[in-house]
Design a protein around this ligand. Structure first.
Ligand code: ATP
Ligand code: MG
Length: 562
């Protein structure tokens, strides 16, 4: 089996290509079966599959194609429906629009003689019986919500094999139609967002998440009041990667989706996911554009997963700075940096509208600090490195002690030192890499870090010829060892976790005593550098043991509840 990262990437790309083609042909792909067949690609596949499906579906309208290919009679009939048509108690008058989940009609409810909107759900969007009953349960609880900012749902049901719900007909336009004409004035945006976030909070209080908040799900009535629609309906299709996979059904656009929701593998979707989406809506109001844009939906998705939230003023320089802070606070990737709930967000709009200080500003410094020092999602690779880093710290310490010993014995033979710092460290680096690869496929970020280490090794090796050319004795440039190692940790701090900035600082500072007391330079460096590797190594080794312990417990039949 190939373990070369390039080959793995290529295999992953081929597999994704094949799977998306199968989905586009209308086949239901079971991710569990696929990962079982390709265990060496399982992790990567799980990480990107939801994203790829989502992006492909948005690009190619897979859900509709798939529905049309299936045995379900609904989509064909819906697309051919001659209006007006009678549907139970409803006379369907005109089509108002279509989205990922179904078609919306303006209709007259005959018994009550009132105009309503009827949304027919494409049945292919609700793959299993569980999902169907969840849809009904969720739609019914949504029907119990009563808030001026939420479109009232009148009836939920199934007729002639079609799932539908009727709701208040809102005459006006959607927020996305409004934003197509350009950004909104800041006060108007804040007033609308106050209503929207208080409505979302009300739903959260009743245990209902929206999960698909975006401008096309905000209707604006004739008096300019925003009203949210499609509460909770995205649950069945955007809740997790598996459901996306099984149903092949996607709604929404990734641009307004929280990273944990878009990836499907990064933590649970909850209240903060809706708070995130509210931030993206405010972003769109302030700039007239969605926060993340790309050539293809895959590009957008990768940005949602990887990039820091963009600053609204980059797209609209006249943006109000307070509202910008509110947007950024909502759109933080780490969940704990966002508003804890929609009410706190609503309070900030109140404060803004009353010209009071908003809370998004107050925690700014602490937020920057905590963002700086948090682990990035890349940091999970470190779990594989714990033991190796502890070994590395030992090898490093031995190299330093041997060097120091040679120095104390006044060994002036340059080659001895070159042997330790190039040949032996080179052999150890090769062993390290070999051991790492034996533990499983090497990820892209590990390759990046390996390059950083490699450049460090070359830097150290270069010190010897430079010393020789400058006419310096061996090891006179040794304080640069600390500087080079500090640089490696600084880069790792950016890629993996901000805690490495401390190691970087310790190493940079350690160059000073090394320069002041050259007789003890290598002991000083050995202790600081070995410690810099050993402490995180031990921490990640323990973390890995904990994770493996949990996995073992989950797999142990004696602990399974029967
Ligand atoms: P998604 O399926 O992801 O929600 P969407 O929001 O773009 O996508 P739908 O929810 O199907 O699509 O709505 C389609 C269109 O129907 C909306 O853009 C809106 O113009 C119209 N619409 C929806 N609900 C109502 C309503 N209660 N009153 C009036 N028009 C409505
Ligand atoms: Mg909608």
């Amino acid at each position: 089996m190939a373990t070369d990262p390039d080959q793995l990437d290529e295999q992953l790309a081929q597999l994704l290509d094949e799977l998306t083609q199968r989905v586009q042909m209308g086949e239901v792909v079971d991710l569990d079966v696929v990962t079982h067949e390709h265990p060496h690609l399982a992790d990567e596949l799980r990480e990107v599959w939801g994203a790829v499906m989502l992006a492909d579906a948005v690009a190619l309208n897979v859900s509709v194609t798939q529905a049309e290919n299936s045995d379900e009679p609904i989509p064909e009939k819906l697309s051919q429906l001659e209006l007006p048509a009678l549907f139970g108690d409803y006379e369907l008058l005109e089509e108002l629009g279509r989205g990922g989940m179904g078609v919306v009609y303006k209709a007259r409810q005959v018994s009550l003689n009132r105009i309503v909107a009827v949304k027919m759900i494409l049945k292919a969007q609700l793959a299993s019986h569980d999902e169907l009953s969840r849809f009904l349960a969720e739609a019914e609880s949504t029907a119990r919500l009563s808030h001026p900012g939420i479109v009232p749902v009148y009836e939920v049901g199934k007729r002639d094999g079609r799932y539908y719900f009727s709701m208040k007909y809102i005459e006006g336009e959607t927020l996305s139609q409004r934003l197509a004409r350009g950004p909104m004035p800041p006060r108007q945006a804040a007033i609308m967002m106050r209503t929207i976030s208080s409505a979302v909070h009300e739903a959260h209080q009743h245990g209902i998440l929206h999960r698909d908040l975006k401008p096309s799900n905000i209707l604006i009535d004739k008096s300019g009041e925003p009203i949210i629609t499609d509460f909770g309906l995205a649950k069945q299709v955007t809740g997790d990667v598996d459901s996306i996979t099984r149903s092949g059904a996607i709604v929404g656009t990734p641009a307004f989706m929280a990273p944990e929701q878009a990836s499907g593998t990064r933590g649970a979707v909850g209240v903060p996911s809706d708070v995130y989406a509210l931030g993206t809506i405010l972003f769109a109001m302030l700039t007239g554009q969605p926060p993340y844009q790309g050539r293809t939906p895959v590009d957008v998705l990768l940005k949602v997963l990887e990039q820091d939230p963009p600053f609204p003023h980059q797209m609209n320089p006249r943006v109000d700075r307070d509202l910008e802070m509110i947007t950024l606070r909502c759109m933080q990737k780490p969940i704990d940096l966002r508003y804890r709930n929609a009410q706190l967000l609503c309070d900030d709009f109140d404060a803004y509208l009353n010209d009071e200080a908003i809370s998004a500003r107050s925690g700014q410094f602490l937020q920057i600090i905590s963002r700086l020092f948090r682990e990035t999602h890349n940091a999970q690779v470190l779990e594989n490195w714990g033991v190796l880093w502890m070994w590395h710290s030992l090898v490093l310490l031995i190299c330093c002690l041997v060097t120091q010993y040679l120095e104390w014995t006044h060994d002036e033979v340059r080659w001895h030192y070159i042997l330790i710092w190039t040949v032996i460290s080179g052999i150890w680096a090769a062993c390290f890499w070999y051991l790492r690869r034996r533990m499983g496929p090497v990820t892209f970020v590990e390759r990046q870090i390996a390059h950083v280490w490699g450049s460090g090794l070359i830097g150290v090796a270069c010190l010897f010829p430079i010393e020789w050319m400058l006419g310096l004795g061996p090891l006179e440039l040794s304080p640069l060892l600390a500087i080079i190692s500090g640089m490696i940790f600084l880069i790792k701090g950016g890629i993996l976790t901000g805690w490495f900035y401390f190691q970087a600082l310790a190493l940079f500072l350690c160059a000073i005593p090394m320069a002041l007391w050259p007789d003890a330079a290598h002991i000083i460096f050995g202790v600081v550098a070995a410690g810099s590797f050993f402490i995180p190594g031990l921490q990640y080794y323990r973390q890995r043991l904990r994770v493996m312990g949990e996995v073992a417990r989950m797999g142990d039949p004696s602990t399974t509840i029967r």
